[in-house]
Write a protein that binds this ligand. Sequence first.
Ligand code: ADP
Ligand code: MG
Length: 444
Amino acid sequence: MEQVWKRSLVALKQRIETADFDALISRLYPLAQRDRNLLFEAPSKLAIDLINQRYLTTIEEVLSAEMARPVRVILQPRKLTQQELFPLPPRPEEPPGPPATRRSSSLLPKYTFSNFVVGASNQFAHAASKAVASQPGVHYNPFFIYGGVGLGKTHLVNAIGHEICDRNSNARVVYLSSESFMNELISALRRDRMDEFKGRFRKVDVLILDDVQFLAGRERTQEEFFHTFNSLYESHRQIVLTSDKFPKEIPDLEERLRNRFEWGLIADIQPPDVETRVAILEKKAEDEHIELPSDVAMFLASNINSNVRELEGSLTRLGAFASLNKCAITVDFAREVLHSILREKDRVVTIESIQKAICEFFNLRPSELRSKKRTKNIALPRQVAMYLCRRHTGASFPVIGDRFGGRDHSTVIHAANAVERRMREDVTFRTTVERIERMIENVP
Ligand code: ADP
Ligand code: MG
């Protein structure tokens, strides 16, 4: 059919005005032939309308003559690629950078959507990440993922970056941790290269900033990020952020930044349930060519429930031991190799470990928890800590009071009741407390 069309074009060129021929006819593309119907792809709906009005009969005549039988021409618009459907906004300001720096080398190569296991605990964050990757800068800006350590935040946001680059090889995607952002800022300040710094971040299409809780208390970095944020946001560039805390829970974060973090979509990742843990293990085992029987996968998944990173670590360890010893992986073997990891799990929760977890979470010093200070940013964490001590240690109210700077037992009772009440009424608060409860298991 392509040959026939080529010959027809020669004839059509003589019968159709050059401008129209170039704009409309020469851009038709033969797709298929069914009986007497010939299907063509046209560049746009507008082109189809114009051709139907002015030239359809001519085209049909020429083609019929060429094929020596009557034909009918049917036009359909060209299917747009994702990139054409959702173009990134044009960037008029600056010339394109050298191609080598375009495909972002800052993304971590091993984290893609294809090796991310979806379960109930991360389904929402995953779906939202997919949506962001397919239409960056359009719907969810900024996109904020929060969740505990080792639950897949870094993995997901890198997957977003990779997918955006796959869909549009011109997209400029920059991934970096908040710590690197700060270090680059410091270095730019020191070398008097602030313009360069500003330029680097303000001309990207997608900025992925990992672990923004790190910005807590770093005023200069927050200030600079605030301007970067505004500049990107205003030009509809996608901003992706992660944190181990909900924006409201990040201490010492300027209100204006906190506020912006809540402008778009916030998605959380919860610790995976046991089925998802098994699925993750099996996927990793497959990727790393480790022979993992399903009873061992189940054994690991039910015994390691804190985070995915630990789960992975134990698998890698098992794989290495098995290959060194040239033996198969069995439940007994796993129990032996992972002896120390598994035993830590039975650790008793103490008042100290709770205080430590609370301090880590709220960015306080243990001495502040035990102090007489009653400012809100200390009083509430202290109450939560008391509540958790009551729930998770065998300690009595007077003992707990004593360990929190010699407070009266009635204060502890009051705190425990207040926290319980608020947990019933306030979902966000309850989620926070539950998250701290999970942290307690991990504090050495
Ligand atoms: P975070 O940034 O939340 O601390 P990471 O993204 O670094 O966590 O994840 C820790 C490890 O666990 C990574 O190696 C990651 O690939 C893996 N991981 C986490 N969640 C999943 C998942 N759902 N599917 C596959 N691997 C996962
Ligand atoms: Mg991370």
